[in-house]
Design a protein around this ligand. Structure first.
Ligand code: AMP
Length: 278
């Protein structure tokens, strides 16, 4: 497995590949089984798999966890080499933003970026599209894999790619969960065992909604109340909870097969996000 740190070296490598298909997985490291499942998805579309590890400062707000975000690079590289990833791209800030973090060109996907996570974290999706477009231009993948865990992010990237005519197929990969149902996340490291158990209520409550929906409950308010009631019994503070259309992310007046429950909250300063298809 080759580790490349600079844009110029990556470009040289990319030229050597010519027209081959290339599957790309951007990450911020602190890899867990959720990230690793994206590699399995990548291997179904290409023989060449590239992973980037870069903690992108422009997507963090001033009071967020940029400085405490875990960076276990050696352990990450070990996991990736065991899965036969071809190249890991580990650039630093000077490589990605040579003119500085704030002054560099950015692309914004309007409306979609302002909802939900974008409402409570106004810089977040601007930072995501800022870095992902750069990574796409450096790596020049034919396919890129993103987790459904970050559902709004997946929709925003799909929209950016379509609006800007990028020739990249974006593939959503299912959420990997802990045994108790908690969606895996690098931020789960901030939680105690007790808190992880408490956070697993989100998944159980989603499933309760799904069962009720299948049994004929079609009233949005009653469906979301099922989740709210269970979460109110814990220390989790709800940021948002809604049932939305999968593409527009607008609240739906009536639930239908394929719409999504979306949720974000905080537990002891740790942000939890999750979603589930109805
Ligand atoms: P991150 O390192 O948090 O930026 O995530 C990198 C990629 O891994 C993103 O496409 C995430 O959606 C995806 N990802 C993170 N957690 C999970 C999970 N539990 N299951 C599936 N994909 C995930």
């Amino acid at each position: 497995m080759r580790v490349i740190q600079t844009v110029s070296e990556f470009r040289e490598y990319r030229r050597s590949l010519g027209d081959s298909t290339l599957a790309f997985i951007p990450t911020m490291g602190a890899l867990h089984d959720g990230h690793l499942s994206l590699i399995s998805t990548a291997k179904t579309v290409s023989n060449i798999v590239i992973v980037s590890i870069y903690v992108n400062p422009t997507q963090f707000g001033k009071n967020e966890d940029l400085n405490r975000y875990p960076k276990p690079l050696e352990a990450d590289l070990d996991k990736l080499s065991k899965l036969n990833v071809d190249v890991v791209f580990t650039p630093n800030n000077e490589e990605i933003y040579p003119k500085g973090l704030e002054e560099s060109t950015q692309v914004i996907v309007p409306i979609l970026s302002e909802k939900w996570c974008g409402f409570s974290r106004p810089q977040f999706f601007k930072g995501i599209t800022k870095v992902v477009l750069r990574l796409f231009n450096i790596v020049q993948p034919t396919h890129a894999i993103f987790g459904e865990k970050d559902f709004q992010q997946l929709q925003i990237i799909k929209r950016m790619v379509s609006d800007l005519f990028l020739e990249i197929t974006i593939i959503g990969s299912p959420t990997t969960r802990e045994k108790n149902g908690l969606a895996m996340s690098s931020r789960n490291q901030y939680l105690s065992e007790n808190e992880k158990e408490m956070a697993s209520v989100i998944y159980r409550a989603f499933n309760d909604v799904k069962t009720n929906f299948k049994n004929g409950l079609k009233e949005i308010q009653s469906l979301t109340e099922i989740i709210r009631k269970q979460i109110l019994k814990t220390d989790i503070e709800i940021d948002y909870l809604a049932i939305v259309d999968s593409e527009t992310l607008e609240v739906v007046p009536q639930p239908y097969n394929g719409c999504r429950i979306v949720f974000a909250g905080t537990l002891n300063d740790t942000r939890l996000i999750d979603n589930m298809k109805l």
